[in-house]
Design a protein around this ligand. Sequence first.
Ligand code: HEC
Ligand code: HEC
Length: 208
Amino acid sequence: MKSVLHSIVLLGAALGANGVRADDVSAEIRSAARTVAVTTCATCHGPQGRSITPKFPRLAGQNADYITAQMKNFKSHTRGDADALAYMWGMAAPLDDDLIVGLAQYYSAQRPAPGTMSDSGAMARGRDIYAQGVATDGVPACSTCHGPSGAGIGAYPRLAGQSSQYLLKQLRAFHTNLRDVAVMHGITTSLSVDKMRDVADYLASLGP
Ligand code: HEC
Ligand code: HEC
């Protein structure tokens, strides 16, 4: 019994926020990633990734696997939105795989930003879409993949507390395939812009 408890304590110590292993990259890479984050990425994404400008998504508390995948998507240009092209293609291009993992771990370990409230009617309608989908339009519940509280897991991004304007823009980009992801394209095919806005307002209101 004592040794089982001991193992659990050790496992708890080895896993950081979001189950990221702190020892996945070397101490040198961790330190280099932190320097890049605070000197370069922070200009747009804010200190510790808690941006207050809607155009720049919040990265604090985002899942490490998802961040790693997105940096590679910027590098390979599968995110074709005008802002992705203008801001992130150039940012991602010079980063090697180790530094990308280091940056992903840095941001996933930061405390997520608090939510931002908006119109209560929109938030209530958005909550229903998030938890139940829109049966008449064949839209599945978002919570199935993004989790009951919007925290996401692994490759499914955290949506809770993200800026509403950014979320809406991504939903439209999936719809038009500017951001080319089959699963989210299918989900947004018959989701009206009004419903996209409602679900985005609801998600933006969710805290850590
Ligand atoms: C000059 C501003 C700017 C800088 C500097 C910048 N970014 Fe970005 N970043 C953006 C914008 C704008 C977007 C949203 C692109 C879109 O709308 O498709 C973005 C999106 C992202 C995303 C996707 C988030 C999501 O939820 O899908 C990640 C990850 C990211 N940036 C990481 C970084 C990292 C790491 C750095 C530093 C190496 C960095 N960014 C530097 C402007 C910037
Ligand atoms: C079957 C699983 C699944 C369901 C259901 C689902 N999503 Fe997603 N969603 C994903 C995956 C996977 C991604 C990451 C796509 C990528 O790799 O770029 C994603 C990405 C997103 C993003 C981009 C986040 C960011 O930071 O850029 C938004 C916004 C989003 N989903 C909203 C929704 C909403 C709203 C619903 C419900 C109407 C929903 N999703 C239902 C799997 C799902």
